[in-house]
Design a protein around this ligand. Structure first.
Ligand code: NAI
Length: 334
C-alpha cells in the first residue's frame, strides 16, 4: 500500500522501516514531518492509507479531503483515538485502525517515575547538586509504603500501575465502570470516584478521554480531594481542567502535579521550541511551580513500545490490504 506517514520523527522512521522490512517491505512509506492538519492534508493525495499520531488532526474536513483523494485507511500509531471524528470516518467509508496495546508497562513505569520524582523532589535535587548545593531543606518526601493511591481507569495501563504501586506497599483504590477481575488478584480495591478522590494521597488518571471524562478533574473534584494531594496525568490533557489545577496549586490544594499530557499540547509537544517565546500563558504558569513536573508526552517512548507500535501498524496495513479490515479496527461504538 502507499502510505503517507504524518508527524514523523527520525525515531518513527527507523522503527517503521525496520518493521516494514521484516514484513517483506510490501508497503511504500512516504514520511512527512508536518502534523496532519487541514493545511497539510493535501500532502496525502494518492495515498491508500494515512498513518497518524496523537496530535494529528482527524476532524471531519480533514477526513473528507482524505476520502475524496482516495485514502481508505487511517492507521493510528496510538492507542487513544479521541482525536478522530469516528462518525464522519464511518460515513465516508474510511476504516480506522490503532495500536491497542504496545507497552502498557512503558506508560505505567513513566507514571511511577513522575510519582517518585515529585515525592523525593529528584528534579530539584538534580539541579541543586550540580550547583554545589547539598542542603536538604525543601526536599522532604514521604514513604509511599502505607499511602493510598487512587487509579482512575484500570485498563491495561491502570492495572500495570496498580501492580507496581502494590509492590511499593501502597493501598490501591481503583475506579473503573468495567472493573477487571484481575483487580482482586493484584489486591486493589474497587471504589466510587467520590471514595477514591476523598481517600487518596496520590490520584493518577488512566481512563480514555471521552465526553464523559472531559475535565474529570475540575475545581469540584479538587475540592473533594485530600489537601496537598499528588495528581498525575499521563492519560490525555483534557481529562483535567488546567486552569482549575493552577488555582489548586496556588492554594495548596494540590501538593504535587505530574503531567505527561496537556490539553493544548498540539502546539508544543514533540518539537524543539527552545529558541522560541512560549505563547501559552497557562502552560508558562505551570512551569513556575516548584512542585510541578511536566514531560512532553513521552510516557510511551521506550524501545519496546516503539517496536511494537511499528509492528502493529504494519500489521494493520497488511491485513487491511489483504482483507479490507485492519487487524485492530476502531469501531464507531468504541
Ligand atoms: P484501556 O482501554 O485498556 O483502559 C481504559 C480503562 O478506562 C478501561 O478499563 C475503561 O473501562 C476505563 N474507563 C472508561 N471510562 C472511564 C471513566 N469514566 N472512569 C474511569 N474509568 C473509565 O486503555 P489503556 O491502554 O490502559 O490506556 C488508557 C489511556 O492512556 C488511553 O486512552 C490514552 O489516552 C492514554 N495513553 C497515554 C500514553 C502516553 O504516552 N502518555 C500512551 C498510551 C495511552
Amino acid at each position: 500500500m502507499r502510505v503517507t506517514v504524518f508527524s514523523t520523527k527520525s525515531y518513527d522512521r527507523s522503527f517503521l522501516d525496520e518493521a516494514n522490512a521484516a514484513a517483506g517491505s510490501r508497503h511504500e512509506m512516504r514520511y512527512i514531518e508536518a502534523r496532519l492538519t487541514e493545511e497539510s492534508v493535501a500532502l496525502a493525495a494518492g495515498a491508500d492509507a494515512v498513518c497518524a499520531f496523537v496530535n494529528d488532526v482527524l476532524s471531519g474536513p480533514v477526513l473528507e479531503t482524505l476520502a475524496g483523494d482516495g485514502t481508505r485507511l487511517i492507521a493510528l500509531r496510538s492507542a487513544g483515538f479521541n482525536h478522530v471524528d469516528l462518525a464522519r470516518a464511518a460515513e465516508l467509508g474510511l476504516s480506522v485502525a490503532r495500536v491497542p496495546a504496545y507497552s502498557p508497562d512503558a506508560v505505567a513505569e513513566h507514571t511511577v517515575a513522575l510519582i517518585l520524582s515529585l515525592n523525593r523532589k529528584i528534579h530539584r535535587a538534580y539541579a541543586r547538586v550540580r550547583e554545589g548545593n547539598f542542603a536538604l531543606e525543601g526536599l522532604l518526601g514521604f514513604d509511599l509504603c502505607g499511602r493510598t493511591a487512587g487509579i482512575v481507569g484500570a485498563g491495561k495501563i491502570g492495572l500495570a500501575v496498580a501492580r507496581i504501586l502494590k509492590g511499593f506497599g501502597c493501598r490501591v483504590l481503583v475506579h473503573d465502570p468495567a472493573p477487571s477481575p484481575e483487580l482482586s488478584v493484584i489486591g486493589a480495591e474497587e471504589a466510587s470516584l467520590e471514595e477514591l478522590l476523598s481517600q487518596s494521597d496520590i490520584v493518577t488518571l488512566h481512563c480514555p478521554l471521552t465526553p464523559e471524562t472531559h475535565h474529570l478533574i475540575d475545581c469540584n473534584a479538587l475540592a473533594r480531594m485530600k489537601r496537598g494531594v499528588m495528581l498525575i496525568n499521563t492519560g490525555r490533557g483534557a481529562l483535567v481542567d488546567t486552569v482549575a489545577l493552577i488555582d489548586g496549586l496556588k492554594s495548596g490544594a494540590i501538593g504535587y502535579l505530574g503531567l505527561d499530557v496537556y490539553e493544548e499540547e498540539g502546539d508544543l509537544f514533540f518539537e524543539n521550541l527552545s529558541d522560541k517565546v512560549l505563547q501559552d500563558d497557562i502552560f508558562a504558569r505551570l512551569l513556575t511551580f516548584p512542585n510541578v513536573l511536566i514531560t512532553g508526552h513521552q510516557a510511551f517512548f521506550t524501545a519496546e513500545a516503539m517496536a511494537e507500535i511499528a509492528r502493529t501498524t504494519i500489521e494493520n496495513l497488511t491485513t487491511f490490504e489483504g482483507t479490507g479490515v485492519p487487524a485492530n479496527p476502531v469501531e464507531l461504538s468504541a
